[in-house]
Design a protein around this ligand. Sequence first.
Ligand code: MN3
Length: 384
Amino acid sequence: MENKKHIAILGSTGSIGTQALDVIKKNDRLFKVSVLTANNNADLLIQQALEFEPDTVVIANQNLYPKVKEALKDTYIKVFAGEESIEDVVTFSEIDIVLVALVGFSGLKPTISAIKAKKVIALANKETLVVAGELITKLAEENQVPILPVDSEHSAIFQCLQGELLNPVKRILLTASGGAFRGRKKEELLNIKPQDALKNPNWNMGKKVTIDSATLMNKGLEVIEAHWLFGVKPQNITPVVHPQSIIHSMVEFEDGSIKAQMGKADMRIPILYAFSYPERIKMPELAMDIFSIGNLTFEKPDTEVFPCLNLAFNAIEKGGNLPAIMNAANEIAVQKFLEEKIAFLQIPEIIAEAMNSFAFIPKPTLEDYFSTDSEVRNKLNALY
Ligand code: MN3
């Protein structure tokens, strides 16, 4: 009877994590939660653990261990603490799929560990591929582990590519909502506050990715992500602003055909597809009424007002540790903007400055990625 897929959710209290739990709850004859991990939100982790009864939970913040341990003392749930524990628990034999829904660079080490343990990776953490895409894709190939994209655009591309194994891709049309400030002029962005930037018109997402959407860095990170996931050259990846967020991306083939994947702007669709792949599972609330959609429109991104997109193209074209420099600078700049220590328009300036000033390493090792990341963080944290 027991042939449910066992799922480890890294980052279960975040936006993707909670939506993944909703998918599992509504399809509990197919999926079972095996591991839950959280950084600081002990209360929600405890609540999720009591509801979903995983084998194991990890609280990354060690100070919160006693609280979680005490709350789960009458259960069989194993409780661990510390970031290193996440790397261990993803290797447990009962796990089939590891959903990496951690924020930022912190997703890298657990992803490497899960790939080495030959787990199917459902990847919601784009920064892992941005920083170390070459290393991760090579490692996944060596271990014959599939990386199933959970980012909505990449899930769309992945779906468009089904059945097209032998057909070369002419280009990827990567759609973008345009973020909170689409159509604005630079002068209008001078006094932006975090709460203005945190309003994405279509998607309900975490803070980091919502700010990244507003600067268009999210699309830049996704160009790099698509390059590594699908082996398409950056010059053949074209960002398209599609404000309705109904088409989640497109693939253009040599014969002039363009395939698109459409659906509600609901992250549970790519989450469900990654969990059920290659099958499709019924989930009635995800259905979209095609007659309720008005026009679908497409425009070119404004790279003058939003320079982050070009920074990302530069980073991936030069390669080496430059995407890692860009990513670390972006993570710090976004955090400083959220803390109201810098202005919105300083975000791309800080990233560009970091990309020009830190030492370029053409062929980085894994250690180089970590040292680049911490050097950039330390320097920028000291400056701002
Ligand atoms: Mn996306």
